[in-house]
Write a new protein. Sequence first.
Length: 72
Amino acid sequence: MVEVMIDAEFITLGQFLKLVDVIDSGGAAKFFLQEEKVIVNDQEENRRGRKLYENDRIEIIGFGKYVIKLNH
C-alpha cells in the first residue's frame, strides 16, 4: 500500500487521482470514475468530490492501493 502525503485536512477524490498520476487533469476525473472501479474504505465510489481524510484507504482496480497520510 502506497502512502500519499497531503498538506490539508482533506483532498477530493478528483484531486487525489491527479496527485497519484492516474489522470492528467481534474476534468478527466468524471470520465475516469465512470469507466474504472475505485474503492474508498471498502465501498465503491464514483463521486469526484468525495473528500478523503487521513487514514482513508483507496484502491484503484488495475492501478494500486493507497492510504492518505497528513504531512505534519
